[in-house]
Write a protein that binds this ligand. Structure first.
Ligand SMILES: [Zn+2]
Length: 364
């Protein structure tokens, strides 16, 4: 463990992280694209073209390798796609090939090649297709009455319910989601129509084709869980399983782990980082402001998520404010996060209890 961050003070290179979730041929809006997480092909083309013109874009593993070798160029960036939506194969992949941009695809391995759906997609589809004019739910701490007369009210309900459910422990989330779906008239979630093609997951043939074309396939855990909420044994198995599945399916090393629901320390923390390192990952990726001061011992990286709502000006502003960001990072606030190493976990890595099977996460 390297605890003296000053040892690398003169070897830090600024690296920008740009991340996306899904990508679609045509723009999607409303409940089909809450928070604009699926970016349309036209906007993605504009953003990637600009990025390739102004930065040296590399995969995360390449950035770390070149940094260790001491030849990481200035103005370097990486592009990462999370969540394993099939649109990233149909829309983003051809664009990346055409523009010659390497990228990282970070997939939740339990969902690849299945018809499983993220619970947020189930919620949005339930709100989109319900015939109810109101949804009234009572959670322990408060009651919510949500009008559903107009598309705008339904979108508002989707955002509010997300905020309410997202950070609950898994069993609470499942119980409350079932309560909401029942209130919307869906006693059987399997009967809820899908949002559309853009909700489909990648399959392993698509993942392999991308891997062979130079896309780095990384982990987004096995079942897309919030690691900071899980016990150490589950975190270990989530990380280890997804890494082994990716390596077996692609025949290539799986070097990067991206935490679902992304920010530090809500999604991952010092303790989960230590597990990730012990499992064999070379780097973990968080979703915060995408400015990194990379040095030879860097283990954490961060990326800014862009989506359908972001114009090229948003991207330019976010990336060009780097002087201010570097000052911030060199200050106390982010320095702890960006330092060379991570704290010891509550249990040392070799004492983390191992479990052999994961529970079911009802996302199908
Ligand atoms: Zn995700």
């Amino acid at each position: 463990m390297f605890r003296d961050s000053s040892a690398y003070a003169d070897k830090r290179t600024l690296v920008f992280g740009v991340t996306y979730h899904g990508s679609t041929a045509e723009p999607q809006s409303g409940l089909d694209n809450v928070y604009g997480k699926h970016i349309s092909a036209g906007k993605l083309r504009v953003q990637l073209t600009w990025l390739a013109r102004h930065f040296r874009v590399m995969t995360i593993a390449e950035i770390l390798r070149r940094c260790r070798e001491g030849n990481l160029p200035a103005r370097t960036a990486f592009v990462a796609f999370h969540d394993g939506y099939a649109g990233n194969y149909h829309v983003a992949f051809p664009l990346l090939k055409e523009l010659g941009i390497p990228a990282d695809m970070l997939v939740p391995t339990a969902m690849v090649g299945t018809s499983c759906r993220f619970w947020v997609d189930v919620l949005d589809a339930a709100l989109k297709h319900t015939d109810r004019r109101e949804c009234s739910v009572r959670f322990e701490e408060e009651g919510l009455i949500l009008p559903l007369e107009t598309p705008e009210q339904r979108l508002e309900a989707a955002v509010l319910l997300r905020k309410h459910l997202k950070w609950q422990p898994e069993p609470v989330l499942e119980a409350r989601l079932a309560q909401v779906l029942a209130q919307l008239g869906w006693d059987d979630p399997a009967g809820i129509p899908r949002l559309g093609e853009h909700e489909t997951c990648l399959d392993w043939n698509q993942v392999r084709e991308m891997a062979q074309a130079g896309i780095a396939i990384g982990s987004h855990t096995h079942r897309h869980v919030i690691c900071a909420q899980q016990d150490a044994a589950t975190v270990y198995l989530e990380m280890d399983t997804s890494r082994h599945v990716i390596q077996a399916e692609t025949g290539q090393p799986c070097r990067v782990l991206c935490y679902p629901n992304g920010s530090y320390p809500r999604s991952g923390c010092d303790a989960t980082d230590v597990i990730a390192r012990g499992v064999g990952y070379e780097c973990v990726l968080y979703m915060m402001e995408g400015h990194n001061l990379v040095h030879p011992r860097t283990f954490r990286l961060t990326g800014t998520a862009f989506g359908e709502q972001d114009t090229l000006d948003h991207v330019k502003y976010s990336l060009s404010a780097w002087r201010f960001k570097v000052r911030q990072m060199r200050g106390r606030k982010l320095w702890k996060w960006n330092r060379d190493t991570v704290d010891e976990p509550i249990l040392p890595f070799d004492q983390i209890p191992r479990i052999t099977t994961l529970g079911t996460k009802k996302i199908c």
